[in-house]
Each structure stands twice: as C-alpha cells, then as structure tokens.
Design a binder for this molecule. Structure first.
Ligand SMILES: Nc1nc2c(ncn2[C@@H]2O[C@H](COP(=O)(O)OP(=O)(O)OP(=O)(O)O)[C@@H](O)[C@H]2O)c(=O)[nH]1
Ligand SMILES: [Mg+2]
Length: 445
C-alpha cells in the first residue's frame, strides 16, 4: 500500500542552475510548512505571493514566489505549495532542508504523480504519459505523449468498454431466466457486439507498433562494403564530422552511434566497418563481426554501395529476414558504374547533398509508420500486452456466443477482457505494477 497521509517535498526543476528553481510541497501540512518558512499567515488560493523564505534560524534564504493550490484543485489533488526561488542548487537545497525541519519528508521518484493518480486526478495512462512527455526527445514523441495525457487513449478504451458493459448487462439479465436461454440478447447480437469490440482493439494494436517506434525510437545500422561512403553518409545524417573518413578501405573499425531526429522519430544511427571477406588484420575482423551484430540488432538498415564502382557482393549486406532496409547508391556525383534506378537504390551524394532528403523519406517509408498521423494512442508495452490479453478473452467470448454456450461462459470472458482494460487505465492495478511504473519517473514529478 502507498502512504498518502504525510507531506512530501522535492525540487521539481532539473539539477543545475537556472533562472528559476521550484520546490514543490504536497500533503496535509503543505500550507502550514509554507507559513513556517515565510511568516506569511495565510496564502490566498492560486495567487502568486512574493515573500522571503527563511531557514530555521531566521536567516533569509531567498526572495521567492509562493503559490498555494488548496486541495482538491492541485496537481496531486492534495494541498500543494510551490516555491519558485532563484535557480541555484544551494538556495533550493536550503529551502528543502528548512521544509524538512518542519516535518515533511523527501518525495520518492514520481510520487507527486502517483498521488495525483491515487487521488483520481488522472488515470494510470495519463500518469504514464507524464513521464513520456518529460522524457520525449522529438516533437512527435511529445505530441503523442500529450495526446495520451489529454485522455485520447482512455477515451478509446472506454468506448470499447462501454459496448461490452452493455452486452454484459443484457447477458446477466438473461441469467435470471435460465430456462429461456439468451433472453435479452440473441446469440447473433452478442457476437456482433463482441466483433465490434474486437475491431476496436485490432485497430489499436495495429497502431501500437508505430506508437512504440515513436515512443521508444529505433536503431538504424549503416552497412556495406569498405570505402562505399558509409561514414561520410553517417556524418551527413548526423550533421557533424563524427566519423573518420579516408579513401583507405577499412577505415572504420568500431561502431559509432549518434542520436538523430528523423521526421520526428528518435533514431540511433550506427556507422559500421565495411563488410568484406578478406579482413586486413584482427582489428578489422573484429570490426566486421561487430558490424554484423549491429545489423542483426538494428530495426532497419541502410545498405550503402559505391555507385561509381562495380557493385560486387552487395547481396551479402541486404538483410534476408525481411527487415526494413534502404539501398543507397553513394557518390552520385561521380559517373555511375551500375544502374541505381533499376536496383531501386536512392542516389545520394555527400559532395552535392543530393538525395539526402529522399533518403530520409525512404527510411521512414520503409519503417511503415507514417508519422504525420498522430493517433498513436497505444505505445507502451504494458498497454499492448494487456490489450492483447483482452483480445484473447474476447475471441474466446465470441466462440462461446457463436456455439450457443451458456451465458456464464461468455460473461466470464467478457469480465476478463474488462479486467485488462481496468488494469490499463489503473482502475484495478496491482501495487507492484504501480511501483514499477512510478519508479521510472524523476524525483519531483
Ligand atoms: N565524390 C564523392 N566521394 C565520396 C562520397 N562519399 C564518400 N566519398 C569518398 O569515399 C571515400 C570513402 O568514404 P568513407 O565514408 O570513409 O567510406 P566508408 O564506407 O565509411 O569506408 P570504410 O569505413 O573503410 O568501410 C572517401 O575518400 C570519401 O571522401 C561522395 O558522395 N562523393
Ligand atoms: Mg567508414
């Protein structure tokens, strides 16, 4: 169980120096503590009050803006006080120490949001999206998290759930008249209602892969023969001179990784050693082994081939397992030695910059995620697993309804599906699951 009857506090702004730093206090003693720190008798609700904040010995720590949010109209649903002081770690730590002296305790990671959830200020999906929003590294990730925070995912689930509830009520009413079988609902009508719910779930699961790529990002490996122009392309995509480029085949040995924003998707791009059978030495051999492992681990691959040289053994570089990949004909500014067009390759020149935009588009297209549509309501593994569980239960419910099995059988499966929905939005979620969710938060959130 989670304690919520004490008063917690934490620095809510990131570590380091800044214009403003905020100490947040939440719990029954929040107003009392603010009074003790400032000697302001009573703070008006949601009014910014400029006042001195003092330590226990009466010395002034800083001039700060204090805002009091009385319960239940606050982030956590409890009495909350936010002290906006100057953004100095020393000042903020002194304010925290002074507040601790008055009986509050330090908040655990995510504890403010946990309380917001426990007090019904938001459901679990919204609480999880707070962490996603804070951790977003691309604007698209932020937008998807913000959508979930607004409740789009919850709404979608609630709509499916309402249809099931309707069916459950009718089936349970039928149970009161056992001799007459499906009394308030025909077996066909039940099947129809379950099919509608299944269609809703399937649409969400289809979105899930795309949502997860947006939420979690993905790894993209650049592979190809030596000297093809892989490191040059890596540098172009990263927008910095990260990798060493020379005309000596076998220049790159170690894996180089860099994070880029590819049309809103957080992509970790990996430069690798050129693949060839005859490695010059043990170092290159190890580099090639690492290149293969990186290609194996990546979600997608860019195969780079020199367009000015006979292509050689490029088949070796193309993934065989159907993994998304894009073929690049590099050095497009030089006279071509093979027909890039009919090979379906994107012609790219690092010298002229030709083809880079087309390449970015081709990569996104190969991932099949259309990032312009922003209905990625379901993105997190926990949600996907529970949704899949609900789906299994509904398939079993439909089979039972179709074969005219007793209502109890159908009902058991329907309740099972609804329990999974409840666990997603947090209406019924075990404490250990809650704990692991909120542990991922930062302190002060
Ligand atoms: N003209 C021209 N030369 C290029 C282009 N891209 C790369 N090069 C040259 O091709 C040579 C090899 O480039 P790298 O980027 O080091 O090739 P790599 O595939 O990383 O090579 P390894 O690390 O040895 O496997 C260098 O001399 C580059 O300057 C290009 O678009 N046009
Ligand atoms: Mg290289």
């Amino acid at each position: 169980m989670f304690a919520t009857d004490d008063t917690i506090l934490a620095i809510a702004t990131p570590p380091g120096r800044g214009g403003i730093g905020v100490v947040r206090i939440s719990g029954p003693d929040a107003a009392h503590i603010a009074g003790a720190l400032t000697s302001v008798g009573r703070f008006a609700a949601r009014h910014a009050t400029l006042t001195s904040v003092k330590s226990r010995d009466g010395g002034v720590i800083d001039r700060a803006i204090v805002t009091y949010f009385p319960a239940p109209h606050s982030y956590t649903g409890e009495d909350v006080v936010e002290i906006s002081a100057h953004g100095s770690p020393i000042v903020l730590e002194q304010i925290v120490a002074a507040a601790l002296d008055t009986g509050a305790r330090l908040a655990n990671p995510g504890e403010f949001t946990l309380r917001a959830y426990l007090n019904g200020r938001m459901d679990l999906v919204q609480a999880e999206s707070v962490a996603d929003l804070i951790n977003a590294v691309t604007p698209l990730q932020a937008r998807v998290a913000c959508d979930a925070l607004e409740g789009t995912l919850t709404d979608r689930i609630r709509r499916i759930d309402a249809g099931l509830m309707d069916l459950i009520v009718k089936l349970e009413a039928s149970l009161d008249f056992p001799e007459e079988g499906y009394h308030f609902v025909e077996s066909g009508e039940a099947t129809c209602a379950i099919d509608a719910a299944l269609a809703g779930i399937d649409a969400m699961l289809a979105d899930a892969r795309r949502g997860r790529l947006i939420r979690e990002g993905l790894t993209l490996a650049i592979v190809g023969p030596p000297n093809a122009g892989k490191s040059t392309l890596f540098n172009s995509l990263v927008g910095a001179d990260r990798a060493i480029v020379t005309d000596v085949p076998g220049t790159t040995r170690d894996l180089l990784t860099e994070r880029i924003d590819l049309h809103g998707i957080a992509v970790t791009i990996v430069d690798t050693a050129g693949l060839r059978l005859e490695a010059a030495d043990a170092i290159e051999q190890e580099g090639i082994a690492r290149a293969r492992a990186a290609a194996e681990a990546a979600a997608a691959i860019i195969v780079v081939v020199d367009s000015s040289q006979p292509p050689g053994e490029i088949d070796e570089c193309v993934p065989r397992d159907g993994k998304p990949h894009v073929l690049v004909a590099a050095k497009a500014d030089l006279p071509g030695a093979w027909d890039a067009e009919s090979a379906g390759a994107v012609r790219v020149s690092a010298v002229s910059g030709e083809g880079l935009d087309r390449l970015r588009q081709a990569i996104v297209k190969s991932l099949d995620i259309e990032p312009s549509r922003d209905s990625a309501a379901i993105a997190n593994v926990r949600h996907v697993q529970l949704m899949a569980h609900a789906r299994d239960a509904l398939v079993s419910a439909r089979d039972a309804a179709q074969t005219g099995a007793p209502e109890e059988f159908v009902l058991a499966d329907l309740h099972d599906a609804r329990a999974a929905f409840d666990e997603i939005v947090g209406a019924r979620t075990p404490d250990d699951v809650l704990r692991s969710i909120f542990e991922r938060f930062c302190i002060g959130k």
